[in-house]
Design a binder for this molecule. Structure first.
Ligand code: FEO
Length: 169
């Protein structure tokens, strides 16, 4: 049986992962609207990965004989203006998720739940990668400035991202 405090933070993390999927989908729709189909693809693939993140937590709670509580998912932010501003939002959001994951790690340590402490390491590594991915696109967008040809090539690159199901085991 899983510790109740740990179960609560894991359930709250499921909600944050599904909210992340909503947020990335809203961004994908924005990029479609402005004709940046590669950016749209990249954010749509990310949305699917976020669903995977939520489902891995879901399965873990069940495996530990716990109770899954699915909370209401808020409407995502829709204040999008341009690619750089959207990717800055992505980085800000991923930093928030990283802090939340760190809190799960810290709670599982406080409650001596070493199985969860071990499990959450996968998410800690994933967050390092997600922040780095967002930072990489921000760096390029800042370097390109108003150069439309470079933006076009970056859009082509981001269009190549393919979804690969994320699994924990
Ligand atoms: Fe699942 Fe982007 O954090």
């Amino acid at each position: 049986m899983i510790n109740e405090k740990v179960q609560n933070v894991l359930n709250s993390q499921i909600n944050k992962e599904f909210y992340s999927a909503y947020l990335y989908l809203a961004m994908s729709a924005f990029f479609d609207e402005i004709g940046l189909y590669g950016f749209s693809n990249w954010t749509k693939v990310q949305a699917r990965e976020e669903v995977d993140h939520g489902m891995i937590l879901f399965d873990y709670i069940i495996e530990r004989d716990g109770t899954v509580n699915l909370e209401q998912i808020n409407s995502p932010d829709r204040e999008f203006h341009n690619p750089l501003q959207v990717f800055e939002k992505i980085l800000e959001h991923e930093k928030f998720v990283t802090e939340s994951i760190n809190c799960v790690a810290s709670m599982s340590e406080d409650e001596c739940d070493l199985a969860t402490r071990h499990f959450i390491n996968w998410y800690i590594s994933e967050q390092v990668e997600e922040e780095a991915n967002a930072r990489d696109v921000i760096t390029k967008l800042k370097m390109f400035g108003d150069d439309k040809a470079s933006l076009y090539h970056l859009d082509q690159d981001l269009g190549k991202r393919e979804y690969k199901a994320h699994t924990y085991k």
